[in-house]
Design a protein around this ligand. Structure first.
Ligand code: GLN
Length: 539
């Protein structure tokens, strides 16, 4: 194999232009030409990882197989490329400094002054090369968070400058900018792009390719103009129009030749054409549904687009698989009460209660579950959603009226959800939950066994509390069963109500593992159940 090529994706002009989607789309295109690709995100904030950030700050926290709490862009990487990411795929300034300071304390710098250049930039470089040095990848695509010109991005841009200089054609810099449309002038404006490239040039970085995010097609001559002002070839100016769905972006980037341009710049063979048949099939099914259902997503972060990113994307994958449009109705758990639950949830064909932490909105979640359980509406509980299902069952069916999780009420008389033994001695918050992949053994005869079609599964976790096994017999006798158990420590991973058409609560997060190539079976089957529920109701 030839040496690994390093591709950097930097953003300019504004944030939220979709660097993650462009990176993931490029990865998909290179992959579909037979290359192996790793994707990585460098985040300039000082948190060691995003695990301690609340969703208002940073959207969803995405968890990898090896238990890293990472940026949600890693979710896009996996959903597009179907390759699992790991700790090495997400780096923050906090983690860089932590390593450098630990080395300094050990005396590794032998009396030298420790500085941003070279020590911090060397550590950034080491983290980038870590993936390339595995020898497994033709390409490592590294997305740099933030926007060119930010103070905190400077060490990263400097690292890009050094690597571009050291690696020559084994390295390529893509700059994603915004070309805004001014309606008063009736024109698309290239000046912000020119300025952004100038800012990059001040740091010694000349982009090789400029991707222009725009809400209107770039009219003839505009690419030439950007090329002239920004020292790139016209073929290296790529239009990135707003897309109907993020999953269209690889196709759009293919039409704009982004992949070919990267291959040309890095002197890689262009002989293999991308094979996007499966991807196109997925898009076709997504846009030609023959049915439609509405699912209520009950959570406390509903005003935030990115808080339940992976759940929303999993619904899209399940939608294509079932050829059924899935409307996700976000319902604020704080707004649900026993008195309005019927009105709030009527007309839904399925209810998903979301993961979460803390007390806020908890009673609304429990009311929603009671509604789904007693009205026989398909119900899917994820992590806190599963724990709430257990609490609801304890209160309404076992008649343990004050049952709760000790997370919300440490003094509850009936702690049906309790802190895991291994969590009891933990004091620090960062990276200390039960994180990452654990095995789970399914009960033959359970619904989940039917769905997964196998007895042994593994799924990703992010929690501190668990089903309290002291109550197991009472629950099972009353009709809520443990359908999946961790075979090593007996933790309940899945609860089910066999007498209900579809009532499944999972302690893990299936949404982290759903990809375009492999939609998650639980989401697929949940939508199927919603379609059946709808058909039955219509009869
Ligand atoms: N707060 C719960 C726990 O820590 C659930 C966590 C979650 O939903 N991710 O166990």
């Amino acid at each position: 194999m030839s040496r690994t090529k390093y591709i950097f994706v930097l953003g300019g002009v504004a944030s939220s232009l979709g660097k993650g989607i462009i990176s993931a789309s490029l990865a998909k295109l290179l992959q579909s030409r037979g290359f192996s690709v790793a994707l990585q995100k460098l985040d300039p904030y000082i948190n060691v990882d995003p695990g301690t950030l609340n969703p208002y700050e940073h959207g969803e926290c995405y968890v990898t197989e090896d238990g890293a709490e990472t940026d949600l862009d890693l979710g896009h990487y996996e959903r597009f490329s179907n390759v699992p990411t790991s700790q090495a795929n997400n780096v923050t300034t906090g983690s860089i400094y932590q390593t450098v300071i630990e080395k300094e304390r050990k005396g590794d710098y032998l009396g030298h002054t420790v500085q941003v250049i070279p020590h911090i930039t060397d550590e950034i470089k080491r983290r980038i090369m870590l993936l390339g040095n595995t020898g497994k990848y033709d390409f490592v695509i590294t997305e740099i968070g933030g926007t060119v010109g930010d103070i905190e991005s400077l060490p990263y841009i400097e690292t890009v400058r050094q690597m571009r200089w050291e690696l020559g054609r084994d390295c390529c810099v893509i700059h994603l900018t915004l070309v805004p449309y001014l309606s008063a002038a009736g024109e698309l404006k290239t000046k912000p792009t020119q300025h952004s490239v100038k800012t990059l040039l001040e740091s010694g970085v000349q982009p090789d390719i400029i991707v222009c995010r725009t809400e209107r097609p770039l009219y003839p001559g505009l690419k030439d103009k950007i090329a002239l002002f920004c020292n790139v070839e016209t073929s290296s100016v790529i239009e990135s129009l707003d897309a109907k769905t993020i999953y269209e972006v690889p196709i759009m980037m293919r039409q704009e030749n982004l992949d070919a341009e990267v291959l040309r710049k890095t002197m890689m063979p262009l002989d293999n054409q991308p094979d996007l048949k499966k991807w196109e099939e997925f898009l076709y099914k997504l846009s030609n549904p023959s049915d439609e259902v509405t699912i209520g997503l009950v959570g406390k972060y509903v005003e935030l687009k990115d808080a339940y990113k992976s759940i929303n994307e999993s619904f899209i994958h399940a939608s294509a698989e079932n050829e059924c449009k899935v409307n996700v109705k976000l319902i604020h758990s704080e707004h649900i009460e026993n008195s309005n639950v019927e009105k709030t949830l009527e007309g839904l064909q399925g209810i998903l209660v979301a993961p979460g932490f803390g007390e806020r909105g908890i009673e609304g979640k429990i009311s929603a579950i009671n509604f789904a359980r007693t009205r026989m509406i398909p119900f899917f509980g994820i992590c806190l959603g599963m724990q709430c299902a257990v609490i609801e069952f304890a209160r309404s069916v076992l008649d343990l009226r004050s049952a709760h999780s000790t997370e919300m009420n440490p003094n509850t008389k009936f702690p049906v959800i309790d802190l895991m033994e291994e969590q009891k001695k933990i004091k620090g918050m960062g990276g200390t939950m039960r994180l990452g992949t654990y095995p789970c053994k399914l009960n033959k005869g359970s619904k989940v066994y039917e769905i997964y079609q196998t007895m042994n599964i593994s799924e990703r976790h992010r929690h501190r509390y668990e089903f309290n096994n002291a109550y197991m017999v009472d629950f099972e006798n009353a009709g809520m069963v443990a359908a999946g158990i961790n075979p090593e420590d007996n933790l309940v991973e899945i609860v089910e109500i066999p007498d209900h058409p579809w009532f499944v609560g999972v302690q893990f997060h299936p949404e982290y593992k759903s990809t375009v190539a492999k939609p998650h079976p639980l989401f697929v089957d949940f939508i199927k159940a919603a379609m059946e529920y709808k058909a039955k109701k219509e009869k």
